[in-house]
Design a protein around this ligand. Structure first.
Ligand code: GLC
Length: 529
């Protein structure tokens, strides 16, 4: 195994939700030219790679996660030429570009599905999951949709049901079919040949389903009022053994190109998650199965210390860790744990061992947007109103300045701008040396500058009175990080050294050692020795 370090290990990934990042033509929806116009911001922020959520041609039933052509650009986002300009501009700044890819399902408007649906004996019939009704009628089995309700939709014309893990407009591809695999790998090569540096694979753990279509097992913990998706366990619809073979195939597509990265969206417990690095010790799976456990774990020092230890010890030899704090499907960090703790979260994310992923706007401390009932866009909310499934709040436009359209658009934004935009925006925060953006810039700068913080080991993980403490070390360089995750002021012991950074951006350079008073949500980065 090579000991050479690669860009995706040392750098930080920044996720752009393209509808909401920067609009360049006044239609209220962000686009590729808009992203290009903001590259200087990203380069000076100190990130390494940009991951862009889907921009492919799409009817937008799930805002681009319903792909009607895997090798194009939707006109709302621009053209392939815009994409080529964007990738050249990204590379010219020394940054990398990762694209989202949605292999589990296409749009129902994709020509493959149109053909598949056209008749039972169409050659592409078997590209999707078609089944006869159950004997006596009704759904073929009890598989559900992630957006609520049964996962099966009946096609009158051909008298069969097709399965969709998400919307009925997102039919699942049949990954048991080798022709489907080849078609998707071909589309991956299309983007690799255009120079993309990697893929973030959508719902990778859901890709293949039980070939015998067995019923999922009932979920004894489900209660009415929760999403009907969870009324059964995903026994036969998720994390099937054959998935690992497909991930290895995808990886070998990438490995024909130098230094590309395969990232998988995978919501599984730590033990099952790390198997996606590859079933064998050769690590021939995804280089980064996304680790979402900071989002899912209770915000408590003991729980998080346990999580770090569990994850670190579960990693296969040579596997590189990664951490995600937010994304376009999850409530904003500052809304989940509050604005003070969001600062501690920033220090945690950027000082843990492993590649961090930042979701656009988190670096400003953006909170969830307020979406009135008549402003709802997300199908996850429309399908199951009022039970908290909606993702519009975390998808509101990026806030660049204090102008009417927040610098995002000159038109009417597709989702409302956040009410606190006069305080929370790039321009205002850039001029404020205590802002969240300043904190992110400092953390990103320190992480780049100090090998102990990007390459070093993580050790001495402990907690005291709700304060999380750990050390990052490489050679003579040792940093101790202390994070008060409680709602109260705490006094804990810290090793001798001096303060390099605090989350309140005060007190740098001060010598420390012994009892240390730490405010709620405060984090300290201390250079030991
Ligand atoms: C992933 C995406 C999410 C989308 C779903 C279906 O979870 O992150 O936004 O709705 O897949 O494609």
């Amino acid at each position: 195994m090579s000991t050479e370090r690669l860009w995706w290990q040392d750098g930080v990934i920044y996720q752009i939700y393209p509808r909401s990042f920067q609009d360049s033509n006044g239609d209220g929806v962000g686009d590729l030219a808009g992203i290009e116009s903001r590259l200087d911001y990203l380069a000076t922020l100190g990130i390494e790679a940009v991951w862009i959520s889907p921009f492919y041609p799409s009817p937008m039933a799930d805002f681009g996660y319903d792909v009607a052509d895997y090798t194009g650009v939707d006109p709302i986002f621009g053209t392939l030429t815009d994409f080529d300009h964007l990738i050249a501009a990204v590379h010219a700044r020394g940054l990398k570009l990762i694209v989202d890819f949605v292999p589990n399902h296409s749009s129902d408007q994709h020509p493959w599905f149109r053909e598949s649906k056209s008749s039972r004996d169409n050659p592409k019939r078997d590209w999707y999951l078609w089944r006869d009704p159950a004997p006596g009628g009704g759904y073929p089995n009890n598989w559900m949709s992630n957006f609520g309700g049964p996962g099966w939709t009946f096609d009158e014309a051909t008298g069969q049901y097709y399965y969709h893990s998400f919307l009925k407009e997102q039919p699942d591809l049949n990954w048991h079919n080798p022709a489907v695999r080849e078609a998707i790998y071909g589309a991956m090569r299309f983007w690799l040949d255009r120079g993309v540096d990697g893929f973030r694979m959508d719902v990778l753990w859901l890709l293949i389903k039980d070939a015998a279509f067995r019923d999922n097992l009932p979920n004894p913990e489900w209660r009415p009022g929760a999403s009907s998706f969870w009324s059964v366990l995903p026994t036969y619809t998720a994390d099937q053994p054959e998935t690992h073979q497909i991930v290895a195939e995808m990886r070998s597509v990438l490995d024909h190109y130098p230094e590309r990265v395969l990232i998988g969206e995978i919501y599984l417990d730590v033990h099952d998650l790390v198997r996606y690095y590859g079933a064998d010790s050769l690590l021939t799976g995804a280089q980064m199965p996304f680790n979402f456990h900071l989002i899912q774990t209770e915000w408590n020092a003991d729980r998080i210390a346990e999580l770090i230890r569990e994850y670190e010890s579960a990693l296969p030899a040579g596997a590189w860790p990664n951490w995600v704090m937010g994304n376009h499907d999850q409530s904003r960090v500052a809304s989940r744990i509050g604005p003070l703790q969001a600062r501690a979260a920033a220090m945690l994310l950027l000082t843990l061992r492993g590649t961090p992923t930042i979701y656009n706007g988190e670096e400003l401390g953006m909170t969830n947007g307020r979406i009135a009932p008549d402003q709802v866009q997300d199908p996850a909310e429309k399908n199951q109103p009022g039970i908290g499934m909606g993702r519009d709040p975390e998808r509101t436009p990026m806030l660049w300045d204090t102008s009417a359209g927040a610098g995002f658009t000159t038109g009417t934004p597709w989702l409302p701008l956040n009410p606190d935009r006069t305080r929370t925006n790039v321009a205002t925060e850039s001029a404020d040396d205590r802002s969240m953006l300043t904190l992110y810039r400092r953390l990103l700068g320190l992480r780049r500058e100090h090998p102990a913080l990007h390459t070093g080991s993580i050790e001495n993980i402990w907690t005291d009175k709700g304060v999380l403490v750990y050390t990052r070390a490489l050679g003579d360089e040792r940093f101790q990080i202390l994070l008060n995750l409680t709602g109260d002021i705490q006094t804990v012991h810290c090793d001798p050294g001096h303060i390099v950074l605090t989350t309140i951006l005060d007190g740098e350079g001060a010598p420390v050692g012994g009892p240390m008073v730490i405010e709620s949500g405060e984090g300290l980065l201390i250079r030991l020795g």
